[in-house]
Design a protein around this ligand. Structure first.
Ligand code: G
Ligand code: MN
Length: 259
């Protein structure tokens, strides 16, 4: 499907509740207990089937749909925690380009409104190529952390600016990108880079989560290297939550449709 077709379909998807929320578990590596989850958006198109988030999130970003979608995701995650129908703490993926004072204010207000403990929400920040000035992001993260929200750097090591993020942003956790975990068994350099990233993170007092654990040998490896938490198909795939994206009934919806 061409981009303009996809934009049209995405707007329609939002209107007709085709978007859904899935949650993938996170586990404690030493006890193998589930210690929380990550919210992932899923789009199952009635005709074209599953459309990968990687593809449509980029398009949502370039067409100004992200602020409303982020706000909806935040409300959804917080209300799910409140209802007790999901794993918590629960993390939400937020692009650094979506981080601004309005977003921070909205998140803090929603936590207050639902009377949910801020430490039950974790924001996962992915590296983004089009961020030149980290000071706004740094400011937002500081306010969020001061209010008790946990921050993690997502897909760590896979982007262009991992080390710079580590220097300039105050965070709680590194989520090491799955590509390192997948290659470490057969590629010595991947193994060494993974080992050093875990050591570095621990030295600066960050929690370490390894993504993409699919096999027992991968689990054993990251355990030996000292990872605190793990996530991946070995423990559980993202599972859909039946509450659908009902933006049509939501006041934010008019903003979305108007874009
Ligand atoms: O960017 P982030 O790391 O948050 O990406 C989450 C994506 O990774 C989801 O789309 C999810 O389906 C996928 N994923 C989660 N666990 C695994 C895994 O064990 N192996 C692979 N290949 N992908 C995974
Ligand atoms: Mn993530």
């Amino acid at each position: 499907m061409l981009e303009h077709g996809l934009v049209h379909e995405l707007r329609l998807a939002i209107l007709t509740s085709q978007l859904q929320v899935a949650v993938q578990p996170k586990v404690d590596i030493s006890t193998l207990r589930v210690i929380g989850g990550e919210v992932l958006l899923r789009w199952h198109h009635p005709k074209f089937g599953f459309i990968s988030a990687e593809r449509w999130i980029t398009i949502a970003e370039s067409h100004g749909l992200m602020p409303q979608l982020n706000r909806w995701l935040v409300s959804q995650a917080i209300s799910l925690i409140k209802k007790g129908t999901t794993l918590s703490p629960l993390s939400i993926n937020i692009s650094p380009t979506s981080l601004d004072n309005q977003f921070v204010h909205f998140l803090i207000q929603e936590l207050k409104h639902y009377q949910v403990d801020p430490s039950l929400i974790e924001l996962e920040i992915t590296e983004s190529t089009n961020v030149e000035n980290l000071s706004m992001i740094s400011h937002c993260l500081r306010v969020l952390r001061k209010n008790g929200v946990m921050i993690s750097l997502d897909d760590f090591g896979s982007g262009y600016s991992s080390m710079r993020y580590l220097v300039e942003l105050e965070v709680d956790k590194l989520k090491i990108d799955k590509s390192f975990i997948h290659k470490a068994e057969t590629n010595k350099n991947a193994y060494l880079v993974l080992k050093k990233m875990i050591d570095l993170g621990k030295e600066i007092n960050l929690k370490i989560l390894c993504e993409g654990i699919e096999t027992i040998p991968q689990l054993d490896l990251v355990k030996t290297l000292g990872a605190d938490e793990g996530q991946g198909y070995y423990f559980g795939k993202p599972e859909l939550i039946k509450d659908q994206l009902k933006l049509a009934l939501n006041s934010q919806n008019s903003l979305l449709i108007a874009v």
